[in-house]
Design a protein around this ligand. Structure first.
Ligand code: PEP
Length: 267
């Protein structure tokens, strides 16, 4: 029989606090980032209940460190090498991310998994690299439209999680983040419905809880895929939705501020 983490346990562990992660993807430049970050800081410094993270392209991590270090906004990267060090041209290691004050790193985003043929095994290695170096991985999982239409969502996501569990056990998910990102919802303007999100988040939490209840209670599960100021609240109040991963709407401060305010309200 599967175990589920009780709401009380979640509250005690601090998981009631929502998390909103901005994924800037390959957008920005020094000048634009400076303006956007100043707007973020002005708009979001009052938030007490919601944790904010910005994941930027590698060249701008130094800028994030400089401009965000004394604020309530944390930062991270959008990818990480699967190896710790060595002859891997073009790769960036976990230790390098730590040098620039990163606390978080996105792992296995579908845009990378598709374009650069990242296998579940590679993604599992990246996840472990992050954990071993004290970074919080944000593991992206999700199904394609064809897989959803065939009713294969749980099978696909179960396999993505099983690859990590088989190598490192479910305990590795304690203090980690999983972002449920239906691929058909990313950048399309077509978000999952709250009912669809609720079902998948419950599946993910229960899957981890069935092996390690403690790890499941210390895991945050975000929703990502066309979150916008209009749909944010209805998605973020859903049970087992601990926050959101926001792409397009993080590139414009007003919209992002509204999404963060919705998260604060949903706490
Ligand atoms: C993403 O890239 O993770 C994402 C959720 O993008 P968007 O919000 O633009 O759908």
């Amino acid at each position: 029989m599967s175990q589920t983490a009780s709401p009380d346990l979640l509250k005690k562990s601090g998981l009631a606090k929502k998390l909103v992660v901005a994924n800037w993807k390959m957008h920005g430049n020094l000048e634009k980032n400076k303006v956007l970050l100043a707007q973020y800081i002005a708009a979001l410094s009052g938030l007490k209940q919601t944790k904010i993270v910005v994941c930027a392209p590698y060249p701008y991590l130094a800028q994030l460190q400089q401009l965000l270090q004394h604020t309530n906004i944390s930062w991270g990267a959008q990818n990480i090498a699967k190896n710790a060090e060595g002859a891997y041209t073009g790769e960036v290691s976990a230790a390098m991310l730590k040098d620039f004050g990163c606390e978080y790193v996105i792992v296995g985003h579908s845009e990378r998994a598709t374009a650069y043929c990242e296998s579940d095994e590679n993604i599992a290695q990246k996840f472990v690299q992050a954990k071993q170096h004290g970074l919080t991985p944000i593991l992206c999982v999700g199904e394609t439209l064809i897989e959803r239409e065939a009713g294969l969502m749980e099978l696909v996501i179960g396999k993505q999680l099983d690859t990590i569990i088989a190598q490192h056990g479910a305990a590795i998910f304690a203090d980690s983040i999983i972002s449920y990102e239906p691929i058909w919802a990313i950048g399309t303007g077509l978000a999952a419905t709250p009912i669809q999100a609720q079902a998948m988040h419950k599946f993910i939490r229960n899957k981890i809880a069935s092996i390690d209840k403690e790890a499941a209670s210390r895991l945050k599960i975000l929703y990502g895929g066309s979150i916008n100021p209009q749909n944010a609240l209805q998605l973020l109040v859903v049970s087992n939705v601990d926050g959101g991963l926001v792409g397009k709407c993080s590139l414009e401060a007003q919209g992002f501020e509204k999404i963060c305010a919705a998260a604060d309200m949903a706490n």
